[in-house]
Design a protein around this ligand. Sequence first.
Ligand code: NDP
Ligand code: 2IT
Length: 455
Amino acid sequence: MLPSDKTSTSPSNAPFIDDLKQRCGNEPEFLQAVEEVMDSLVPIARTNEAYTKARILERLVEPDRVVMFRVVWEDDTGAVQINRGYRVQFNNTIGPYKGGLRFHPTVTLSVLKFLAFEQIFKNSLTGLPMGAGKGGSDFDPRGKSDHEVMRFCQSFMTELFRHVGHNKDVPAGDIGVGAREIGYLFGHYKRLTGQYTGALTGKGLSFGGSLVRTEATGYGTIYFAREMLTRRNESLDGKRCLVSGSGNVALYAAQKLMELGAIVVSLSDSGGTLHFPKGLTTDQFAHIQELKEKRRGRLSEFSQNDPSVEYLEGQRPWGISADCAFPCATQNEIALADAKTLVDGGVRLVAEGANMPSSNDAVRYFHSKEILFAPGKAANAGGVAVSGLEQSQNSLRIFWDRKEVDRRLQEIMSSIHDKCVDHGKREDGSIDYVCGANVAGFVKVANAMVAYGIN
Ligand code: NDP
Ligand code: 2IT
């Protein structure tokens, strides 16, 4: 049982973090992710002799390996372009490395290390046999033609293929990597290896993909929030909900919210926020889906044709009053000041569809105000979970129908919720979902590491 003090952080993790700062001082996102996890783990690991003796925590923060490579490609004018590619293979204790690829100009080693580190706990929570990795490039798909994206993906895979494989490391999508990119990457992997295996997930339905993978992260986040509310005899019905982002995660989170009777009052992109004072309608949703998924357009274009919607240029959604918030865009989109704005605006539940969208002090503030807070590694695990189901279907050479995959997704999200409750219960009966997710995800991996001996 955890103490009821909702603001406490563990002073005992300071030496651990100080030591890591010496070695990773120029990796702020990675340090941020480790610090958040160690607040929960240091008190547990330091009182467990087997973990202390085997130095599990110290081993857990060092990736197994990092591959960095040059990606050269030709743009449509014939000019040579150079980007940097990465794959961080963080931990394969409980299964082959598994995690997405991100193509975005902000990609750095620090960002990919934080994402791969989070994946250790997230993948463990799913209950499926998946280790943790992440990769990507500083390549920016925005404004590039399909041919340019194809040439980039082929060049990227020309190096990556040596390091991945269905029993070794299985990449998938993340920011900037969707169905189009996975198609190009898988096509080139198949060509280079001469083998048809499930070495990537998020594939198209005609070539080994799983139904519901596209929707899984967004739907899973909402299933998780539904569990949090059900435990308190509440529901999403009629709740006003803020969603940030308008990519894969945000769109399907919004769709599931509407299906469950919630009122979606915002979506956003890096240009600004769309505010729907009366709630997003299914018609508006279909238009935005077409704009974002097919035309790769900007939300500012949508507001020009729909006067019922307000466009808040250059702003995030957090200033709009609501009951629940679902950050689904990117890391560090909720700073402490935003957390205060959200709470002042009436928000009582925050579930992270994105990875680490809230800064650590924002999370502490939510806890101090008794906000129901679900960290990304638990709430957004539905995406990688259905990736795991895609791997199962590929290995079995079968194809489950939509109902079957959605049923399994709901079961997995519910079991992740139960694990968070079991490991995150405070003395006053409330749940610390951050601690619950960190500890539940950790224990399985740590026990396996101990079983393997020193390696
Ligand atoms: P997409 O590329 O489909 O969409 C990303 C969205 O976030 C876009 O609306 C984009 O706006 C916005 N965005 C991206 N970077 C920034 C930025 N620096 N500042 C402001 N807005 C930004 O990505 P996903 O929806 O797949 O991913 C969103 C989040 O969910 C990420 O944190 C990802 O790691 C996480 N996630 C994704 C999973 C998946 O299965 N795809 C699984 C689990 C977590 P714009 O178009 O203007 O760039
Ligand atoms: O952050 C994530 O969990 C993902 N981008 C999905 C990873 C996957 O392997 O499906």
